[in-house]
Design a protein around this ligand. Structure first.
Ligand code: NAP
Length: 247
């Protein structure tokens, strides 16, 4: 019997950690939907790369903060791929300010994308995963959700929220063939961390026991482990990947 190929949707898939996750999953023969918001050209280029790896791939646009756009992405996914087996909630932003200077717009923007976006996508994914009796949900949090950080109260709240949310979801679907886990990266080399001023970058590096930032490929490997059929008995867990910075 020929096994049916799995399909994964990776939000924020066109660059950074998301792109590495798309490539890693594709290398394992998984069909890929690249979720993107602004980066149409990069998403289209990635789809070409993924197809060249021998899987089916497509890029669908939608902001995760907008439930109607999320619904459209999931509709397109089911229409063109037949099912959705793996959801990676990777889309995320930072908008740093100390709390005393943080207006409600900046606070809400980060919560809307990082936390409400994760809720929107999980809610839609369950509509097809539960009837199918199969699903792997991997939510990308952050070390900052565990430790907090100066200037990142909005980001820390959103990423801590993702952890509590995922544990609750894992409990609700534990008997339904659907697992939900969290990956909490430390400092990884991407456009997000390239915004860190050089002197602060160097001081963070010095504090990391391994004395380096992680790579996107290292995070992607952990996600692919949790996305595997064989990871069926792992749910509600938080996996740090941080070079020893937080234990
Ligand atoms: P990045 O390079 O800044 O990329 C962010 C991605 O999120 C982009 O693909 C972007 O898509 C997408 N995105 C942003 N707003 C969106 C929205 N409203 N709707 C849909 N997609 C949206 O970030 P990264 O460093 O790869 O981070 C990926 C994830 O890992 C994030 O959740 C981040 O919080 C988390 N993380 C990163 C680090 C790190 O050190 N880099 C550490 C811990 C956790 P478009 O470009 O199409 O807008």
């Amino acid at each position: 019997m020929v096994e049916k190929k799995r399909t994964a949707l990776v939000t924020g898939g066109s660059r950074g950690i998301g792109k590495a996750i798309c490539k890693r999953l594709a290398s394992e023969g998984i069909n890929i939907v690249v979720g993107y918001n602004h980066n149409k050209e990069r998403a289209a280029k990635l789809v070409d790369e993924l197809e060249a790896m021998g899987v089916k791939a497509a890029a669908f646009q939608g902001s995760v903060e907008n439930i109607y756009e999320v619904k459209k992405v999931f509709r397109q996914t089911l229409e063109q791929f037949g099912s959705l087996d793996i959801l990676v909630n990777n889309a995320g932003i930072t908008a740093d300010k100390t709390l005393v200077k943080m207006g409600v717009e900046v606070w809400l923007r980060v919560i809307q994308i990082n936390l409400c976006g994760t809720y929107h996508c999980c809610h839609e994914a369950l509509q097809s995963m539960l009837p199918n009796g199969y699903g792997r949900i991997i939510n990308v949090s952050s070390i900052i959700g565990l430790t907090g950080n100066i200037g990142q109260s909005n980001y820390a709240a959103s990423k801590a929220g993702v952890i509590g949310f995922t544990k609750s979801l894992a409990l609700e679907v534990a008997t339904k063939g659907v697992t939900a886990n969290v990956v909490a990266p430390g400092f990884i080399e991407t456009e997000m961390t390239r915004k860190i001023p050089p002197e602060i970058y160097r001081s963070i590096e010095a504090k990391i026991p391994m004395k380096r930032f992680g790579t996107v490929e290292e995070v992607a490997r952990l996600v692919s482990f949790l996305a595997a059929d064989e990871s069926a008995y792992i749910t509600g867990q938080v996996y740090g990947i941080n070079g020893g910075l937080y234990m």
